[in-house]
Design a protein around this ligand. Structure first.
Ligand code: GUN
Length: 316
């Protein structure tokens, strides 16, 4: 039987650590970390995610500041709010929930956030830092995946990792984090030929294609570790809906360890957001954070960072 990696338990440990760091800051007379969460419109899934983020922030002692804007908000008004949050010394982290309404250019908005406050790690400066192994804020879901792998492996050196999914927010950053740890990484996607054959060679499979139950039992080598980032609501045989991941969970019991859906990667995303917020606040208060490179990179042409519909939606 595969071991089940308990994402809820690991997330609780990450949250506890964040809480202890906040307590230590307050005890030292420093301000509480402040997280501004911006939600434009009323997409029901986004409302749920944002509600969870605000609740968990409060639980660890982060001061959360909610900005709910109507769906008709103009891009200029949203950019003006971000400029105000960038300049506010009590705000250490800024999260703009995506997807944004169609009339707003998501790339423009995400690039407007000061990189030192970009707790999602979506700004090109943070993407560039990750790419070059020069620090920066790491996106929450990939960071959560690495923490889950750390519960199974002491060392990733030389491990053969296959990442299924190439999104900017999950697949690509996970591949970079695995490379940083000296794993041998193959990045694949739903159009990859011989995907099953490639997956079957892997010591580690990261399934992040947003394709329900894509990874079948025969794709998984006995003893491999399988991390499932997907989460999709489907109709079961009994007619009731259920949440499934990108992995046919019941078929991979010959794996060494596997994450469940729900209760695997999902809880880690918010836990890592809290951790990122505390680290960002500490860096800002210590004066060690820097937004350098921002000027040049802000001039880059538009690069879409929009979550596609088929992409894995972290945060559940
Ligand atoms: N929408 C779904 N997941 C996320 C996330 O992790 N961050 C932001 N900003 N929006 C999201």
């Amino acid at each position: 039987m595969a071991a089940i990696i308990d994402g809820r338990a690991v997330a609780r440990a990450v949250e506890q650590e964040a809480k202890e760091q906040v307590d230590a800051m307050v005890a030292a007379g420093l301000p509480r970390p402040g997280l501004a969460v911006v939600l434009v419109g009323n997409d029901p899934a986004s409302e749920v995610y944002v509600g969870r983020k605000l609740k968990k922030s409060e639980e660890v002692g982060i001061r959360s500041i909610e900005h709910r804007l109507p769906a008709e908000t103009t891009q200029d008004d949203l950019l003006a709010l971000i400029a105000q949050l960038n300049a506010d010394p009590e705000v250490h982290g800024i999260l703009v929930q995506v997807p944004l309404p169609e009339h707003i250019d998501t790339g423009n908005v995400l690039r407007a956030i000061a990189p030192s406050k970009d707790v999602d790690g979506f700004h090109p400066v943070n993407v560039g830092r990750l790419n070059t192994g020069t620090g920066g804020i790491v996106p929450c879901t990939p960071l959560g995946v690495m923490k889950l792998l750390d519960t199974v492996f002491d060392d990733l050196t030389g491990k053969n990792a296959v990442v299924i999914g190439k999104s900017n927010i999950v697949g690509k950053p996970i591949a970079l984090l695995l490379l940083e740890r000296e794993a041998t990484v193959t990045v694949t996607h739903i159009y990859t030929e011989n995907l099953a054959d490639l997956a079957r060679q892997a010591d580690i499979i990261i399934a992040a294609a947003g394709a329900p139950e894509l990874v079948k039992g025969y794709w998984v080598k006995p003893g491999a570790v399988v991390i499932d980032v997907g989460i999709t609501r489907i109709k079961g045989e009994d007619g009731k809906t259920k949440l499934v991941g990108d992995v046919a969970f019941d078929q991979v019991q010959h794996a060494k360890a596997v994450t469940p859906v729900p209760g695997g990667v999902g809880p880690m995303t918010i836990a890592c957001l809290l951790s990122n917020t505390v680290q960002a606040a500490r860096a800002q208060l210590a004066g060690t954070s820097t937004d350098s490179f921002a000027v040049e990179l802000d001039q880059l042409p538009d690069r879409s960072m929009i979550f596609s519909e088929t992409e894995a939606q972290p945060g559940a």
